[in-house]
Design a protein around this ligand. Structure first.
Ligand SMILES: Nc1ncnc2c1ncn2[C@@H]1O[C@H](COP(=O)(O)OP(=O)(O)OP(=O)(O)O)[C@@H](O)[C@H]1O
Ligand SMILES: [Mg+2]
Length: 515
């Protein structure tokens, strides 16, 4: 004969078994019926059932965004799921080169944390979505459910969930394919899935190993990036948003864009390439930036050309057009439609988003501006704190050349290196041009031919620079001579005028004396 306690324990364990088996049994019932059964069963056992359940939906919130927790749990469970679950789902990651297995809907796995058993199950809800007053569509909503005994509530809430999310994010970082986002031209759509970003897989092969620059400078940048990436607690402690601004400046072809790609590959961050000229106004800019994920590099290339952010300067052409429009109102009206398409992002808007917005965002973000003309930028835009690190990308030095030669030709040293070194000291050539000269153009071209080609190009560049400076000197001399001649003419004219007026005065005096 069973005691009351034994019966109670038996009943509880049957109920627990049923609850845990339910996700698997559910597949044999129509969706509507299974939802109703679940609701009744929940009511019935709610009072006595000793297990707590937490549901993590895939889609949540008003904007129906994908829940970060769901993704993290999916990644966390992928490891246990592939070992324990019976129904598995395979998804390809990283350029379809590997597969991630996650448990299928209605399956479950058991996890253990600090000696406590916890059950995870995957499920599917069907929610009715009304498309119009006459029709409805059923939408599938995935979720994960965590079940555990109520005596472990503190442990789960206190540390287990945090542990799952952190591990899940780490797995995601290892597995994920980097993405390159670009902003779509301004759209006013309110449809919940409309996004302001579109993306493609980021497969740029540049790394810090292939980036040619002075070794000390490169090491400094890499340590700076690492320090930033590992600085979560530090930024929290000093009360600063976890962001860092880099300004890359230098002539075209010195590797600014290549450096951004190397940064993304080094940190494993997505790249958000902002095309400022298609951003309608400051508020759209804000929305765009809120929509970026954490672990992101936000890039604004050629900031000096993107917008009139440099103290509201106007080009001569714009000034002339403005004058013409003032004189001709019809022309202004005709141009009106065109103007409304122009971006109205302002310098202060841009400064606000760099400073203000990200203070409220969790997760690390790097912002990179590039420019060919640092002197054209408003000092407010690039002051430390906004653009924390200013990195000058310069012409190719000998160390950079050696790296390019190793990369492009596979040579560490060569008798021609010495000539290249001397020429690089005497003339300026961008890494882009050096790289182009080092690249074999046919199978017959060996490293010697490429190095000789580079030497010829360097000699030509040196000769061109010499001629250019001679021409400039000539022009300067001619301009100085012209200025001197103009000054002499002006003095002579002034002299002539004075003699003339003195003569007239003299004549006047003799005239009046003879009268
Ligand atoms: N420092 C470098 N190291 C390795 N390759 C480089 C470097 N600089 C330039 N290159 C090569 O030259 C090409 C052009 O470089 P990149 O686009 O990075 O220049 P940039 O400074 O961004 O120029 P721009 O100012 O015109 O945008 C790259 O594809 C790369 O192959
Ligand atoms: Mg570039």
């Amino acid at each position: 004969m069973m005691t009351a306690f034994e019966m109670w324990s038996y009943l509880c364990s049957v109920m627990a078994g049923l609850m845990l088996a339910w996700p698997m049994l559910k597949r044999y019932f129509p969706p509507q019926l299974s939802m109703q059964l679940e609701a009744y069963a929940l009511k019935a056992v709610g009072q006595v059932y000793p297990y707590v359940r937490i549901k993590f939906p895939e889609i949540a919130g008003q904007r129906l965004e994908r829940c970060e927790a769901y993704t993290a749990i999916q990644n966390y469970l992928s490891a246990s799921a592939s070992a324990k679950a019976k129904w598995l789902k395979a998804e390809s990651i990283k350029d379809s080169r590997s597969l991630v297995l996650s448990m299928d809907e209605n399956d479950q796995v058991v996890d253990e944390f600090e000696g406590v058993k916890l059950w995870w199950s995957a499920g599917l809800d069907f929610s009715q979505r009304s498309l119009s007053p006459w029709s409805q569509s059923s939408e599938e909503r995935r979720f994960y459910k965590l079940s555990f005994h109520r005596s472990h509530r503190d442990l789960v809430m206190g540390s287990y969930i945090e542990h799952v999310l952190e591990k899940g994010k780490a797995v995601a970082a290892d597995n994920r394919q980097l993405k390159l986002f670009t902003n779509n031209p301004g759209s006013d759509s309110h449809y919940h899935k409309a996004t302001k970003w579109s993306y493609t897989a980021f497969k740029h092969p540049a790394t810090f190993d292939t980036l040619a620059m002075e070794p000390n400078k490169k090491t400094e940048i890499m340590s700076d990036l690492l320090k930033f990436q590992q600085g979560k607690e530090y930024y929290e402690r000093i009360g600063k948003a976890w962001k860092r601004g880099y300004l890359l400046y230098g002539p075209p072809g010195t590797g600014k864009s290549t450096m951004i790609a190397a940064m993304a590959n080094f940190l494993n961050y997505d790249v958000y390439d902002v095309e400022l000229t298609t951003v309608k106004d400051n508020s759209e800019m804000r929305k765009l930036l809120i929509d970026t994920s954490e672990k992101a590099i936000v890039v604004i290339e050629d900031i000096d050309c993107s917008l009139d952010l440099t103290g509201q300067r106007k080009t001569k052409k714009q000034e002339k057009e403005d004058d013409e429009e003032k004189a001709d109102p019809i022309k202004k009206m005709l141009k009106g439609g065109e103007e409304s398409k122009e971006s109205k992002v302002t310098l202060s808007g841009l400064l606000n988003f760099i400073d203000g917005l990200w203070s409220a965002c969790r997760g690390e973000r790097i912002i990179v501006f590039t420019t060919n003309f640092i002197e054209k930028l408003d000092p407010a835009l690039i002051r430390r704190g906004r653009m924390d690190k200013h990195i000058k990308m310069s012409y190719c030095g000998f160390e950079s050349f050696k790296l390019l030669a190793r990369n492009y030709l596979g040579v560490e040293s060569h008798p021609l290196f010495e000539r290249v070194r001397r020429l690089l000291e005497e003339t300026e050539m961008t890494p882009a041009d050096v790289a182009e000269n080092l690249m074999p153009k046919s199978d017959d071209e060996d490293e010697e031919a490429c190095l000789e080609g580079l030497i010829k190009a360097l000699e030509k560049a040196k000769e061109d620079a010499r001629k250019k400076s001679e021409e400039e000197e000539e022009e300067e001399k001619a301009a100085a001579a012209e200025a001197e001649a103009t000054a002499a003419r002006a003095i002579a004219e002034e002299e002539g005028q004075r003699t003339l007026s003195e003569g007239e005065q003299e004549n006047g005096r003799t005239g009046s004396a003879s009268c």
